[in-house]
Ligand binder design. Structure first.
Ligand code: HEM
Length: 119
């Protein structure tokens, strides 16, 4: 049986550690942090953890909004998306995740791009 991406990066502990570092980076980035000025970051980080775990192939269901509905009306651009994706990559690098796994995570994130931007 092949291990899922979720198992390979270290399961829920790794997702929890990654999301916390990731959000610190996003909130420090003035090119995107204004999107989160009215956001309850505790709730958001919880949703993001569930989403990432699901995207990485964890055996659990994601029950939040789909990515298009979650980002509708924000007029997000490719630059915004790339900024967020960049923070995800540098977070995983800090956690010493292997580059080949980071590439897989990026590939999963990119599958959401058309739904996240341009609406
Ligand atoms: C890989 C790309 C992304 C993923 C996987 C993602 C994931 C999510 C998830 C899971 C939610 C919560 C949905 C719910 O309410 O059930 C959400 C909401 C949100 N996302 Fe994203 N997102 C991405 C890109 C972005 C970008 C590029 C921005 C802005 C720079 C952004 C800003 C927001 C904001 C402001 C909310 C709403 C927070 C609130 O309810 O106040 N997201 N996102």
């Amino acid at each position: 049986m092949s291990e899922s991406l979720f198992d390979k990066i270290g399961g829920m502990d790794a997702v929890n550690a990654a999301v916390d570092i990731f959000y610190t980076k996003v909130l420090a980035d003035e090119s995107i942090n204004y999107f989160f000025k009215d956001t309850d970051m505790m709730a958001q980080a919880g949703k993001q953890k569930a989403f990432l775990a699901f995207a990485f192939g964890a055996p659990m269901a994601y029950t939040g909004k789909n990515m298009r509905d979650a980002h509708t009306g924000m007029n997000l651009t490719e630059d915004h998306f790339n900024a967020v994706a960049g923070h995800l990559v540098s977070t995983l690098q800090e956690l010493n995740v292997k580059q080949e796994l980071i590439d897989e995570v990026v590939a999963v994130a990119l599958t959401t791009k058309d739904d996240v931007i341009g609406h």
